[in-house]
Design a binder for this molecule. Structure first.
Ligand code: ADP
Ligand code: MG
Length: 697
């Protein structure tokens, strides 16, 4: 066995491999293209391509692919082999600079939200040198962006890279004002904590709903769920430990810094987190992590469920997006400093995030919206659909003191003057204990907790980066034209706190009283995907993205269409799956059981008066009523699905899917779940919640 340090990054064409294998001058060019985003010239690209190919072949690769992230939210690859004919039936292994830099996958079936049909342009992929190439299953994978020839982004990576440039531009303006001369760039960093379920594959294979939709559409509550909290941080079972061991090794080879793994609250639920890194690399790595989790689980005869809410009444799975801003000199701008100047800078960046979350609550909500996540947000154990920020009592008190120009502090209370005074130290630990907040400050980073477990993290980070860039832009505008920097800064910070205080909430976000309070504060409560997505293309949001050159209006409209379409499609598949399950298995099973009850009752009657058949008769009657009602509900659901199919406008269709199709599904489910509770186990055609949740022992 290799040691972990040998294993780590062994399948990655990283800096140290490049340093070894590239001529000095070419290495330097690649480095500068990583830093300034300059395109590599064709000569250098040829050299890099050759070195990559030789390295990949030594590692056993035979193919290469441009690895990209279309708007489906998952990754795509089309493999080409390195072979090139040289006559007489012989081949050599080739990979040109051109093939490295640009590809033209025939990817016309990916959703484009109408972009490609209008512009008749094929999509092309372009190398992203800021994310290392790697080898997966004997294929050299080159991370790429995916665009149309007219330049519109058709993927999730391009806008993310643009948003990182936007926040870099505006942060640099602000940093210059603070007299920072050594910093030349900033980037955002992310560490996503990933939740998921592991269930046994044999159980999975017996449920069409899990197979087709990733979640259970039916299922009565198990006698034991998560109420004892005995799974949380419990001992990891041997089968799961074997899975984690293999997953770690696979991910380490790809340079993914997986660090922590533990059991989550629900039975069968787990979490893993990597060490944070640059946002676009974190996004690539999270995609690889999700892909490998599913692959490795299969090798252990398990299935990894990434769906947000696979089981009703049981904790759903999310993704916690830990986010901060770091300078190229290694300073975390969201970490309180030691000097008055550092603290003033920290406060301004803190304000930038507070204002961004308040001003763009809608966009943040949209960035996590999906049919699956709708079942989770607002449920009791997940962050509510209302955005708010948790700062912790201490930081909150400091901000309040600044806003009101009141003294703050322990023994020697003093008036905090931004830029003049050092902030009182607040223990970092005390900031991280509110698990109910959708957006929490955790000492030196923010943790955005509304993301669904199956989603790409790109969308949320595009919004975060761009919205914070916008706050910073406004601050830079004000401060650049100020005569007295310190006084202007002080006033600015005070006014931001005063204007955006409503978004700060340190209480329990799961309580109903918060929902009412949030409404009083005028915060948005966008419960479902069809509720929030229309705001994607509001004037305010279009102009935000345009101003920072993250999305043009066409690109935004495309994403609006795709989100709504995806929502309706998911509900369509779910409803058809449910109909199939109920019609083909549930109704016949209940009918058979009712029949056998009736037969028993009859048989008993034949035996004479001494036999009590009330159990059989009552149950047969109850089940036969429920089954008849379910059969009627099947017809109703079928009718709603057909009616929905006729609707062409994507928003109306999504709304109809939610109001009518989903409602009909819920009604059918409750009838079926009631029958499951009454039906003999031998007759019930599907593994129960208990069997699924406790299937991995
Ligand atoms: P928890 O939130 O469960 O207490 P941790 O505090 O250990 O867990 O951190 C969770 C994630 O936050 C990890 O992926 C970690 O690498 C990441 N993280 C820590 N610091 C930063 C940072 N400055 N920027 C982004 N992510 C960070
Ligand atoms: Mg966390």
């Amino acid at each position: 066995m290799n040691t972990v340090t040998e294993l780590f990054g062994s399948m990655v064409f990283n800096d140290s491999v490049m340093r070894q294998r590239l001529p000095k001058e070419v290495f330097r060019q690649v480095q500068s293209s990583i830093i300034d985003g300059k395109r590599l010239d064709s000569g250098a690209a040829t050299v890099v391509a050759n070195a990559m190919k030789d390295w990949a072949i030594e590692k056993g690769a035979t193919h290469f692919t441009h690895w990209f992230q279309p708007m489906t939210g998952i990754t795509a690859e089309k493999h080409d082999s390195f072979i090139s004919p040289i006559g007489q039936g012989r081949v050599i292994m080739e990979f040109s600079g051109k093939e490295l830099i640009q590809g033209e996958p025939d990817a016309s079936s990916f959703p484009s939200g109408g972009i490609r049909s209008t512009f008749e342009a094929r999509g092309y992929t372009a190398w992203d040198p800021t994310s290392y190439a790697f080898i997966k299953d004997r294929v050299l994978c080159i991370p790429t962006a995916f665009c149309s020839y007219s330049g519109d982004a058709l993927d999730k990576k391009t806008p993310l890279l643009r948003s990182m440039q936007a926040i870099n531009r505006q942060s640099m303006r602000v940093l210059r004002l603070f007299g920072n001369k050594d910093v030349t760039s900033i980037k955002t960093t992310v560490g996503p904590e990933q939740e998921f379920f592991l269930i046994d594959k044999d159980v999975f294979d017996r449920r069409e709903d899990l197979i087709y939709t990733g979640r259970t559409l039916l299922g009565a509550r198990p006698p034991k769920g998560q109420e004892l909290d005995d799974h949380y941080f419990g001992a990891i079972k041997p089968r799961v430990a074997a899975f984690f061991k293999e997953l770690d090794e696979e991910l380490w080879k790809l340079g993914v810094m997986v660090k922590t793994e533990h059991n989550e609250v629900a039975p069968g639920q787990h979490e893993m987190a990597p060490i944070y890194t640059t946002t676009n690399i974190a996004a690539d790595h999270n995609q690889l992590t999700m892909e490998l989790m599913q692959k490795v689980a299969r090798r252990h005869n398990m299935v990894c469920l990434l769906q947000e809410k696979p089981f009703a009444g049981v904790n759903g799975s999310g993704k916690h997006n830990n986010w901060s801003i770091v300078t190229n000199t290694g300073v975390n701008l969201l970490e309180p400093g030691d000097t008055p100047a550092e603290n003033a800078q920290f406060l301004l960046f803190l304000c930038a995030v507070i204002q961004a979350v308040d001003d763009y609550q809608d966009l943040l909500r949209i960035s996590v919206a999906s049919a699956g996540n709708d079942h989770r947000l607002g449920a009791n154990e997940a962050p509510p659909a209302v955005l708010s920020i948790f700062l912790g009592d201490e930081l909150d008190a400091i901000l309040t003191a600044i806003e009101r120009e009141e003294p703050y502090g322990g023994k020697e209370k003093e008036l905090i003057k931004v830029g003049v005074h050092v902030l009182p130290k607040f223990p970092r630990d005390s900031t991280d204990r509110n698990r109910t907040s959708p957006f929490a400050f955790t000492g030196n980073k923010f943790e955005f907790r509304m993301l669904g477990s199956s989603a790409s993290i790109s969308g949320a980070n595009v919004v975060l980066n761009t919205a914070v860039a916008e706050s910073l832009r406004q601050y830079a505008d004000v401060l650049e034209s100020a005569d007295n920097f310190e006084a202007a800064l002080h006033d600015l910070i005070r006014s931001v706190i005063a204007n955006h205080r409503r978004i700060i909430f340190n209480g329990n976000g799961y309580e109903d009283s918060w929902r009412e309070e949030a409404e009083r504060r005028g915060l948005l409560n966008l419960a479902s995907t069809p509720d929030c997505v229309p705001l994607y293309i509001s004037e305010k949001n279009v102009s935000l993205f345009q101003r920072h050159r993250v999305y043009n209006e066409r690109e935004l409209r495309a994403r609006y269409e795709i989100k709504l379409e995806a929502y309706s499609k998911v509900l369509h598949i779910e409803s058809l799956t449910m109909l199939d399950m109920v019609r083909k298995k549930i109704l016949p099973a209940v009918s058979a059981y009712t029949g056998s009850l009736a037969e028993s009752a009859l048989a008993k009657k034949e035996l004479g008066d001494g036999f009590d058949c009330s159990f059989e008769e009552d149950l047969a009657k109850k089940l036969s009523e429920l089954n008849a009602a379910a059969a009627k509900q099947v017809l109703l659901l079928e009718k709603e699905v057909k009616a929905c199919d006729q609707i062409t406008d994507s928003l109306s269709r999504a709304r109809y899917s939610r109001d009518r199709v989903l409602a009909a599904m819920d009604a059918l489910r409750s009838l079926v779940d009631e029958m499951e509770e009454l039906c003999a186990a031998d007759y019930w055609p599907y593994p129960s919640y208990g069997e699924i949740l406790f299937s991995v022992q």
